[in-house]
Design a protein around this ligand. Structure first.
Ligand SMILES: [Zn+2]
Length: 101
């Protein structure tokens, strides 16, 4: 598993990703400063929407309370709210997912 240094680096990257304009708003309800990540879609989501994701059995992690692996951070770097918005507009989301990962 990741070393302490790796954990710190990953946390720093995630904090940076949270500052990107598309990730500063909850993907689901547009509320400011989402603190959760849905790891099914690699989107940033707020507390109340994270509860809704859980109802759909999506996996949700709290940014402040969870550790993220290097793999997860990479997926988030390539995902995020902006990419997902594009995906939902496109007619073949699964194909887009494959090509972007
Ligand atoms: Zn929300």
């Amino acid at each position: 598993m990741g070393s302490r240094r790796e954990e710190e680096r990953n946390e720093k990257i995630i904090r940076g990703l949270m500052k990107l304009p598309p990730n500063r708003k909850c993907i689901n309800c547009n509320s400011v400063g989402p603190q959760y990540v849905c790891t099914n879609f690699w989107t940033f989501t707020c507390l109340s929407c994270s509860g809704i994701h859980r109802e759909f059995t999506h996996r949700v992690k709290s940014v402040s309370m969870s550790k993220f692996t290097t793999q997860e951070v990479r997926a988030l770097e390539q995902g995020g709210n902006q990419v997902t918005v594009l995906r939902t507009v496109l007619p073949f989301p699964s194909r887009v997912t494959c090509s972007t990962l």
